[in-house]
Design a binder for this molecule. Structure first.
Ligand code: FAD
Ligand code: N01
Length: 566
């Protein structure tokens, strides 16, 4: 932002540059801008550090980057014209297609003019006296606003482990979450991939297909991956989707995971392994996330999960020729689904290729990087290129990067010292007029995310509309409500198997982060009803305080409607 581009549409609070500042121009930020600007008529500035829209799909351009959600549900549902005009070409869209979709939406809704690209928010501070936010950016500029909305994503801060002498490596090194925009040349190169999460599982088969001299995968923990069964969408399929789109999307929005798929059986606990195989095989053949929904109690019943996990291990054993390697690739340390379950195309088969090998770093740990490659306890490996598929400082990392300060100068870092504490994953005690789209302790990453995003964006814009209409100046979660939600989140998580795994859901991928389950595991349908109910009850659990200004609207005297105090 070289210059403050103050809009004048009659809605600005006197004394602030914008009614709302939104950070991020991915799925969340784009829709947030549209709702606030085009439906409420507020002045909005979106700040985005990339040079274009897209978020995840702008940054993650690695070979094989593709959505695991099926295309027809990985999209916005709020605009019929967009739904009719956009046609997905494949069952799971590739990164360029999702990026193109978001660029199309930005153009259709004329969103770019209110986005400051190539600008990073470096701090956001609440001014208690004025009741406003000051948002500072890396170009030295600062703007003020009545509301501050973070739409920064759950998986947008790439994580590079603190490998010894990382910078000594003299070859090419890329993190998948910050992949170069120019084509990467793999020809005749000796390539390493570190990491076998959802990203590693996508990038490894694609790099193996390139003309590389050899590919060495460094695996710490194996993962259970189910075949995606990716294919182009036929005209008939697309016509059928179009004909039933309202129903499909409604079903997705009213489901536990944001997907319109039927669950199969209640449990596998009382089934023999043969019966389990019979139940799972059609879903295995169909591919995709329908597999995850075969048994309703998969994530709460160890017996069911163990049978499904064993089924998956057997599939790995059937595919990988070398039995020792197959055992290394077959997870034994966690239950299926307790880490984000990836889909794959040819992942396990890739290990049958002569030029592909695996280093199990639990047996042979990485000691340090060297100018030529990687030194493990047992060997020195020379590489021309190292690909870090080592994930993200997920859920809280990007928020904490931003130096957000609430009342009394309280930093988010201090507040979340023992793990995130929020009310509904949307708001924080001590941080008035701030909303977190898909914040920690909301379902977010445990769902098909566009659904979770739409629920949040709509809730936030409805809330701001309510506040404006009722001349409320400040909204803040109460301490009691926040404590209760944080406890509830923990208690629900403890009833599941999620807490048994060392996952990024549990903050376990980043050293020194507190071990705590970060998303809300109660299901997107239940959660959505909860947030709607909170609003219907006059924002139960929030404190609404009297307006000093009125966002430029004519109206009655401000109402003081103090809710639950503490
Ligand atoms: P993001 O897309 O992450 O956008 C956040 C934006 O905020 C980014 O553009 C970032 O540059 C910007 N930003 C952050 N900090 C700042 C700052 N300080 N200043 C300025 N700008 C900032 N979800 C699914 O449901 N299904 C899938 O199949 C799926 N596949 C995925 C594949 C990959 C490789 C990854 C990484 C994630 C995937 N996800 C998937 C999750 C995906 O992140 C969400 O679906 C969705 O794209 C999130 O949108 P968002 O706008 O909330 O966040
Ligand atoms: O990251 P991850 P990701 N030494 O954290 C390993 C979404 N996504 O980018 O498992 C050695 O899952 C680490 O090992 P371990 C999706 O939500 C979606 O793959 O911690 N290895 C792990 O193997 C996903 O869950 C899609 O033992 C180290 C890997 O690096 C999320 O993004 C596609 C290490 C990191 O896996 C993140 O996925 C891609 C170390 N020091 C991503 N540190 C689709 O939907 C880490 N690792 C298609």
């Amino acid at each position: 932002m070289t210059e403050i581009d103050t809009q004048d549409n009659g809605e600005i609070q006197e004394g602030t540059d914008y009614d709302v500042v939104v950070v991020g121009a991915g799925f969340s930020g784009l829709y947030m801008l549209h709702r606030l600007r085009d439906e409420l008529g507020l002045s909005v500035k979106v700040v985005e550090k990339a040079d274009d829209v897209g978020g995840t799909w702008y940054w993650n351009r690695y070979p094989g980057a593709r959505c695991d959600s099926e295309s027809h549900i990985y999209c916005y549902s709020f605009n019929d014209e967009i739904l009719e005009e956009w046609e997905w070409s494949e069952r799971y869209p590739e990164q360029p297609e999702v990026l193109e979709y978001l660029q199309f939406v930005a153009d259709e809704l004329d969103l770019r003019k209110d986005i400051d690209f190539e600008t990073e928010v470096t701090s956001a501070a609440f001014d208690e006296e004025a009741g406003t936010w000051t948002v500072s950016t890396d170009d030295g500029d600062a703007v003020t606003s009545q509301y501050f909305v973070t739409a920064v994503g759950c998986l947008s801060e790439p994580y590079v482990p603190d490998f010894e002498a990382l910078d000594d490596f003299e070859g090419e090194m890329y993190h998948t979450g910050k992949w170069p925009h120019d084509p990467v040349d793999f020809d005749d190169k000796r390539v390493a991939v570190i990491g076998t999460g959802a990203t590693g599982i996508q990038v490894i088969p694609e790099v193996a297909k390139e003309d590389v001299e050899r590919l060495t995968v460094f695996q710490r923990t194996p993962n259970y991956a189910v075949p995606a069964r990716h294919r182009p969408l036929t005209d008939e399929e697309w016509e059928s989707i179009q004909a039933n789109y309202d129903e499909i999307l409604e079903k997705a929005h009213n489901s536990g995971f944001g997907m319109p798929f039927e669950t199969g059986y209640e449990t596998a606990a009382d089934l023999t392994m043969e019966e389990v195989e019979e139940a799972l095989e059609p879903r295995w053949q169909e591919g995709g996330f329908r597999f995850l929904l075969a048994f309703e109690d998969l994530l709460i019943n160890e017996e069911t999960n163990e049978k499904v996990s064993e089924y998956l291990r057997n599939k790995i054993r059937e595919t990988v020729d070398d039995p020792d390697l197959a055992e290394k690739l077959a997870p034994e340390d966690h239950y299926y689904g307790t880490k984000r379950p990836p889909l794959h195309t040819d992942y396990y088969k890739t290990y049958n290729e002569d030029h592909v090998s695996l280093v199990d770093v639990t047996e042979d740990p990485i000691e340090r990087f060297t100018p030529e490659g990687i030194q493990t306890a047992d060997d020195h490996y020379e590489f021309d290129m190292i690909i870090l598929a080592t994930g993200f400082d997920a859920m809280t990392g990007t928020l904490l990067q931003m130096d957000i300060r609430g009342r009394d100068g309280l930093t988010l870092d201090e507040k979340w010292n023992d793990g995130p504490q929020t009310y509904l994953g949307l708001a924080l005690y001590g941080f008035p007029n701030m909303f977190t789209i898909t914040g920690p302790q909301s379902p977010s990453v445990l769902s098909n995310m566009p659904v979770a995003i739409e629920h949040h964006v709509e809730w936030v814009s409805d809330t701001i509309e309510y506040l404006v209409d009722n001349d409320v100046k400040l909204i803040e979660a109460t301490r009691a409500a926040e404590r209760a939600w944080t406890t509830h989140n923990r208690e629900v998580a403890e009833q599941t198997l999620y807490t048994t795994a060392d996952s990024w859901y549990m903050n376990e991928n980043i050293p020194d982060k507190p071990t705590v389950f970060t998303p809300y595991p109660g299901g997107i349908d239940l959660y959505h009803n909860t947030i709607l109910e909170v609003a219907e009850k006059g924002y139960e659990g929030f404190e609404l305080t009297e307006a000093v200004t009125d966002l430029g609207r004519e109206g009655d005297k401000p109402q003081l409607s103090v809710m639950e105090g503490d």
